[in-house]
Design a protein around this ligand. Structure first.
Ligand SMILES: NC(=O)c1ccc[n+]([C@@H]2O[C@H](COP(=O)([O-])OP(=O)(O)OC[C@H]3O[C@@H](n4cnc5c(N)ncnc54)[C@H](OP(=O)(O)O)[C@@H]3O)[C@@H](O)[C@H]2O)c1
Length: 164
């Protein structure tokens, strides 16, 4: 099975975005995202691609999902279905699903690892991450951070693995 991981930042009420934007600015989360994903394939829906302030994201293979047949975006690898994503994923290296909501929903049953940033506040969102079922997922690593002058909310980095 190809190693596929989800990486996402989620509010307490499961909100992950609004108006095709993120809901917060947390520099340490962006740093962690960069550290974890650089050098790997990052897979995203077309809305998420167009929400990126800088695109494609450097030092990573940007893989973009669209239903629009034959659409091409410069310097990106285009894919047209979930099977197509899996086909293009690396065999040995981790492959990261980076959003958005529709793509997370489709990969939650496929991924083996979740890299979650829990943002400890509620937000008004228009897209949400599904519930993480503790019957299916086990926490393997937890790192808590309290708010500071650059981070207006407490947040936690939590890794989950799919139970055998
Ligand atoms: N908090 C976080 O960590 C995080 C991370 C990423 C994104 N987000 C947020 O999530 C929101 C965007 O999510 P979204 O659900 O609106 O959009 P999305 O998942 O980024 O993109 C949806 C598009 O992807 C394509 N697509 C998805 N599944 C496909 C499939 N199986 N086959 C072919 N194409 C497929 C379609 O593109 P076409 O329309 O071209 O067919 C679809 O319209 C934004 O608010 C963003 O800020 C949050």
């Amino acid at each position: 099975m190809k190693p596929i991981s989800i990486i996402v930042a989620i509010a307490e009420n499961n909100a992950i975005g609004k108006d095709n934007m993120l809901l917060w600015h947390l520099p340490n989360d962006l740093k962690r995202f960069k550290l974890i994903t650089e050098g790997y394939k990052i897979i995203m829906g077309k809305n998420t691609y167009y929400s990126l302030p800088k695109r494609p994201l450097p030092k990573r293979t940007n893989v973009i999902l669209t239903d629009v047949k034959d659409e091409q975006i410069d310097d990106c690898l285009m894919v047209y279905s979930i099977d197509d994503v899996i086909d293009k994923c690396d065999n040995e290296k981790e492959n990261f699903i980076i959003g958005g909501a529709s793509v997370y929903r489709q990969f939650l049953t496929i991924a083996q690892t979740l890299h979650i940033t829990w943002v400890h506040a509620n937000f008004e969102g228009d897209v949400f991450f599904p519930e993480i079922d503790s019957k299916i997922w086990i926490e393997t690593d937890v790192e808590h951070h309290v708010k500071d002058e650059k981070h207006p909310y407490d947040y936690s980095f939590v890794t989950y693995k799919r139970k055998e």
